[in-house]
Design a protein around this ligand. Structure first.
Ligand SMILES: Cc1ncc(COP(=O)(O)O)c(C=O)c1O
Length: 384
């Protein structure tokens, strides 16, 4: 039986493990719970609260768009949709000139894979061990360990899996049957594991050689989280397709697919579709999130504070720090669940990962030194 925060029986399907905190409001990096306690949020609701809570620019954009036009579909052109797409293309890596808006990360990946199969007419996708790409049929097929929950009787296409950072295996797996190679440049769910520069540049080379498409899944690591607009820019790699969601709307559900011109030329009217994708509310937020990151020069701070965290979080139970920017994994000498519980007692929320010894940090881009001080202090004070 599920019990709601107020102690009553719940009408919700019982599929989520929850932590015993019921947030009632948020302000910047802080959350306030129903019992009055405050928590510094280094997790952001699975990496979504990219600019923290109650950011005035986002609240204004939401209110003003809601008053103007709450919804219209892709049956009609919308200036705000055009502006959001332009902002995203300008923010993204060179060469990706077209945008398709959807509602989630899985949906973005589902469409990216669909485009790759249609464009190449080939039967195989290559994926990386440990990756998480989502819970729809195609996204789950390229997701590590999805057999546990996938639920469909068969995968919709053939998948070859390459061990993490294994360049030789990558070279062997991508061939003339390959439609796409899909890579999360910094694997999030796996515990903030960044692929090596060599691996990603070879991924670009080998896909080009075989005329397969390179899809970068930046659903979690995109939108400034690495300290660059996208990991693609951090690595200097230009993919054929790039997917983004999570922080894209700062908390409003929205995903997007950025597409290279040559690939866009293979897609015609009626090939893709969505009811909610590209709605005006989501687009107003995308436009505002990009503008806020740019105008506030937030990425300089992400890089500076990330370097600081990587140095100073090596205390208490933490034995190593991995990842990039504000997608960091603290490798712990004891199970991460114990460290997370201890941090919660000290008023700090962080995330777990598929690695039982990694605590995942996904703070908002508006983090400041004083928040890092509190995290470092809580780690120092952590006792087994
Ligand atoms: C890298 C990555 N891709 C795709 C997804 C799926 O996104 P969504 O839950 O919005 O469908 C996730 C979610 O955690 C993710 O981390």
């Amino acid at each position: 039986m599920v019990t709601a925060g107020n102690g009553q029986d719940s009408a919700l399907l019982d599929v989520f493990s929850t932590i015993p905190i019921e947030p009632v409001r948020g302000d910047g990096v802080w959350l306030e719970a129903s019992d009055g306690r405050r928590y510094l949020d280094f997790y952001g609701g699975h990496a979504v609260a990219l600019l923290g809570y109650g950011h005035p620019a986002l609240v204004d954009a939401l209110a003003s768009q809601a008053r103007t036009l709450f919804f219209q579909s892709n049956l009609v052109p919308l200036a705000v949709r055009e502006r959001a797409a332009r902002a995203l293309v300008d923010f993204g890596p060179p060469g990706l000139s077209r945008v398709f808006f959807v509602n989630s990360g899985a949906e973005a990946n589902e469409n990216a894979l669909r485009i790759a199969f249609r464009a190449t007419g080939r039967p195989v996708a290559v994926a990386i061990e440990g990756a998480f790409h989502g819970r729809t049929a195609a996204a789950a097929a390229v997701t590590a360990g999805s057999q546990r929950w996938n639920g469909f009787p068969a995968n919709p296409f053939t998948v070859r899996t390459v061990p993490f950072n294994d360049v030789a295996a990558l070279e062997a797996a991508v061939d003339d049957d390959t439609a796409a190679l899909i890579v999360e440049p910094v694997q999030g769910v796996a515990g903030a594991r960044a692929v090596s520069r060599t691996f990603l540049s070879r991924a670009r080379e080998v896909t080009r050689r075989h005329r397969a498409l390179l899809i970068l899944d930046e659903v979690q690591c995109g939108m400034g989280r690495t300290g660059w607009p996208f990991a693609a820019q951090a690595y200097g790699v230009e993919p054929d397709l790039l997917t983004v969601a999570k922080g894209l709307g700062g908390g409003f559900p929205v995903g997007a697919l950025l597409v290279r011109d040559e690939v866009a030329a293979t897609i015609g009217r009626g090939d893709l579709g969505t009811t909610f994708g590209g709605g005006p509310m989501a687009c107003a937020l995308v436009e505002t999130v990009v503008a806020t990151i740019r105008e506030g020069r937030l990425l300089d701070e992400v890089r500076r504070l990330s370097a600081r965290m990587a140095r100073e979080c090596l205390v208490g139970p933490v034995v190593a720090v991995q990842g990039m920017g504000f997608l960091l994994g603290l490798r712990t000498a004891v199970p991460a669940t114990r460290v997370l519980a201890g941090l919660r007692e000290r008023g700090i929320l962080a995330g777990g990962s598929a690695d039982p010894d990694v605590v995942r940090l996904l703070p908002p881009l508006v983090l400041r030194d004083e928040h890092v001080d509190l995290l470092v202090q809580a780690l120092k004070e952590w006792t087994p």
